[in-house]
Design a protein around this ligand. Structure first.
Ligand SMILES: *[C@@H]1O[C@H](CO)[C@@H](O)[C@H](O)[C@H]1NC(C)=O
Ligand SMILES: *[C@@H]1O[C@H](CO)[C@@H](O)[C@H](O)[C@H]1NC(C)=O
Ligand SMILES: *[C@@H]1O[C@H](CO)[C@@H](O)[C@H](O)[C@H]1NC(C)=O
Ligand SMILES: *[C@@H]1O[C@H](CO)[C@@H](O)[C@H](O)[C@H]1NC(C)=O
Ligand SMILES: *[C@@H]1O[C@H](CO)[C@@H](O)[C@H](O)[C@H]1NC(C)=O
Ligand SMILES: *[C@@H]1O[C@H](CO)[C@@H](O)[C@H](O)[C@H]1NC(C)=O
Ligand SMILES: *[C@@H]1O[C@H](CO)[C@@H](O)[C@H](O)[C@H]1NC(C)=O
Ligand SMILES: *[C@@H]1O[C@H](CO)[C@@H](O)[C@H](O)[C@H]1NC(C)=O
Ligand SMILES: [Cu+2]
Length: 584
């Protein structure tokens, strides 16, 4: 009896472990293709295996995900980041170029090998500076056999939202970070897309309930999203299940995700529009003729017309701060390590506009930060070795960390932390100024958690998380323009634990791409392996403006130069270069 029972149980155990440990492999050959998703401009776009839109990545909780990347771009380096995956034990697979790996140069290959234990809606994108808006971004969905909401819906549909540019990032970046753009005005997108197209139709069966997994994979614009005459129920944000909460309209910043339940009507009398509308408050100047909206339809009857969307009077989106995670994780009410980050935008002496945390703008170090951790022994706990322009903070194992972010800028910024979902314990209205614990509202006992959060203009946010994931994790604004202008901090979490965890585990292809790109992999941020406190030769930002030289002065200077050179065309424009030396 006992024998036959164990004979019976054994195959089931094997079957279970087989299902749980499935390996999902993607072979991605990254190269240029042409695309024209808004019907207005055919442009070079970064595709995968000759195709764009690029494929969604899907796996099931417990799977091992292997992504074999070959860089066939010819003229650009690349990398892939898996946004929202904690990479617990595999910080070297996080894909953050200059932080956790070297860029993958043209012609090189690289394998990402990740164990995915977290269900939810994520996305993947290049984390090489400024590249993903050229097309290298797509959804990443981790299915969950134990989804607490699975009985509430019949079908799931992925919807990606994004902004879209007709010009390539290479040229846009050159004009963005430039003396000719001293106010730091970001390039304005040309169109909004849903599923990398417009006028998408979704065939709907009456009476069914759908789970829409929505991802904003844009470069810049947040989008207001609503389904006409259908209420959404939010059940997941950024991979965190929430108690169902009704929402008529969402505000989805770049990099955020929402899963919502939408129950179809019982009749097929009409079709209904759904709309994504780019938040034009983000744009310094709204170009004439820009359509900020992308429309799609819930089609109950394909013989009936798809009506034009009705104008909404006011944008009054759902407040995500009120969401309650289903796991009811309580507030971390004791903080071990508080990090204050004061955000500002300002000019440096090259005349261009940069973004700063605590007066420091991020510049990628010569040695990727992870490789500095792994090659500096006990000195890895000293934040100084990571360089003058990385905003490095060293965290101790398992301490509760708090980030107090004061936005001393009139713009909205969506902040993302790699390696964790954080508790959002405070978020002010706009114009509230710096965080002040003595006047701020009481913190929620069960705070909302997610991995990307909006800080309002001249307002503040307070985030908390436990340093239970050794790694090098970037914290940055997810507006790609602000990544380029330096709005990044580096958290070096439990560096000595990380050395033990990853000892002998960096695969050779990781070091091969460094060699191919001539990037050093040992020593401090400057590549100095002897005197770790000597940062001679490190990558640094341009110097500060001389005292009394204001951004306004640069604008005036540029306009007077432009006026002086007017009529001389491109050559006179580039003739602005000498001004650089004069202001320095
Ligand atoms: C979507 O429809 C609008 C309105 O008819 C049209 O202007 C636009 O070009 C369409 N977009 C695409 C990609 O076909
Ligand atoms: C890289 O190659 C693509 C495709 O040929 C081209 O459109 C793009 O302009 C090139 N980029 C640079 C910086 O030369
Ligand atoms: C991925 O990592 C696991 C665990 O370290 C290892 O067993 C496996 O061989 C790796 N797979 C590939 C394709 O590198
Ligand atoms: C939108 O694109 C995703 C893949 O990115 C696909 O899975 C989904 O089915 C598409 N949705 C519709 C309604 O076509
Ligand atoms: C559709 O019909 C079912 C069964 O009669 C009912 O329970 C449900 O409330 C109806 N749904 C809507 C959206 O009216
Ligand atoms: C976009 O949608 C908003 C909100 O409904 C509306 O006010 C605006 O007129 C629309 N713009 C265009 C160009 O259709
Ligand atoms: C760390 O720095 C100290 C000086 O503070 C130095 O004596 C020691 O050799 C360094 N250790 C390593 C592993 O470089
Ligand atoms: C990482 O794994 C450790 C041990 O397995 C666990 O205690 C910790 O909570 C995990 N951290 C994250 C962010 O998932
Ligand atoms: Cu920003």
């Amino acid at each position: 009896m006992a024998i036959s029972l164990s004979n019976f149980l054994l195959p089931i155990a094997l079957l279970t472990s087989f299902i749980r440990a499935a390996t999902v492999t993607y072979d991605f050959d990254i190269g240029w293709v042409y695309s024209n998703p808004d019907g207005q401009a055919n442009r070079p776009t970064i595709g995968i295996n000759g195709q764009w839109p690029i494929p969604p990545i899907t796996a099931t909780k417990g799977d091992r995900l292997i992504v074999n990347v070959k860089n066939s771009l010819g003229n650009e380096s690349t990398s892939l980041h898996f946004h929202g995956l904690y990479q617990n034990g595999t910080t070297h697979m996080d894909g953050s170029a200059s932080a956790t790996q070297c860029d993958i140069p043209p012609g090189s290959s690289f394998t990402y090998n990740i164990s995915v234990d977290q269900p939810g809606t994520y996305w993947y994108h290049s984390h090489t500076r400024g590249q993903y808006p050229d097309g290298l971004r797509g959804p990443l969905i981790i299915h969950d056999p134990d989804d607490p909401h699975k009985d509430l819906y019949d079908e799931e549909i992925v919807l990606t939202f994004s902004d879209w540019y007709h010009d390539l990032m290479h040229g846009l970046i050159a004009s963005f970070i430039s003396i000719s753009n001293p106010s730091g005005a970001e390039p304005v997108p040309n169109a909004a897309l849903v599923n990398d197209t417009q006028n998408l139709t979704i065939s709907i069966t009456p009476g069914k309930t759908y789970l829409f997994r929505m991802v904003n994979m844009g470069a810049f614009a947040a989008q207001y999203v609503w389904f006409e005459d259908h209420t959404m129920q939010v059940v997941e944000v950024d991979g965190i299940y929430t108690e169902p909460a009704d929402a008529e309209m969402l505000y989805i910043t770049a990099a955020q995700r929402y899963s919502v339940l939408v129950t179809a009507k019982n009749s097929t009398d009409a079709n209904f529009a759904f709309v994504g509308s780019m938040d034009q408050d983000l744009f310094d100047v709204v170009p004439e003729g820009l359509n900020p909206n992308v429309t799609g339809w819930l089609v109950y009857d394909d013989k009936k017309e798809n009506p034009a969307p009705k104008d909404v009077d006011a944008f009054e989106p759902f407040d995500d701060f009120a969401l309650v995670p289903t796991d009811k994780e309580g507030l971390y009410d004791h903080v071990d390590h508080s990090v204050q980050l004061d955000l500002k935008m300002d000019n440096l002496n090259d005349g261009a506009n940069y973004a700063f945390f605590n007066d420091i703008t991020y510049v990628p170090p010569k040695v990727p930060t992870l490789y500095s951790v792994l090659s500096t022994g006990s000195n890895a706990t000293d934040p100084l070795i990571y360089g003058s322009n990385t905003n490095a903070f060293v965290l101790k194992e398992n301490e509760v960390v708090e980030i107090v972010l004061n936005n001393n800028d009139p713009g909205k910024h969506p902040f993302h932390l790699h390696g964790h979902a954080f508790q959002v314990v405070s978020r002010s209205d706009e114009e509230a100024g710096n965080y002040d614990a003595s006047t701020a509202p009481a913190m929620p006992s069960i705070p909302m958690r997610r991995d990307t959060i909006l800080v309002r203009p001249d307002g503040n946010i307070v985030l908390r998380f436990k340093a239970d994931n050794p790694g090098v994790w970037l914290f940055h604004c997810h507006i790609e323009w602000h990544v380029l202008s330096g709005l990044i901090a580096t958290f070096v979490e439990d560096p000595l634990g990380l050395q033990t965890q990853l000892s002998g585990k960096i695969p050779t292809d990781h070091l091969d791409v460094c060699k191919a790109g001539n990037v050093p992999t040992a020593g401090n941020a400057a590549g100095n392996t002897v005197n770790l406190l000597d940062l001679e030769g490190e990558n640094k930002s341009p110097a500060e403006l001389p005292a009394g030289f204001t951004a306004r002065g640069i604008v005036a200077l540029v306009f007077s130069c432009v006026a002086a050179f007017a009529g001389m065309g491109m050559i006179s424009w580039y003739g602005l270069q000498p001004v650089k030396a004069k202001t320095g």
